[in-house]
Design a protein around this ligand. Sequence first.
Ligand code: ZN
Length: 54
Amino acid sequence: MKCVCPECKNDIDVSKHPKITKGYVIECPLCGIVLEVVSLDGDKVALEIVDEGK
Ligand SMILES: [Zn+2]
């Protein structure tokens, strides 16, 4: 599986998240932004930035 942070365009290693599914929340290890999985298509993961704390 492969996903790219929409903020910093860095590849995120999702192998640490074996239970990844729609609605799953990941923190980008590079920029620290919080991302939610919005869709899973084959081995591609689409992410959306979560606007937290507002
Ligand atoms: Zn990032």
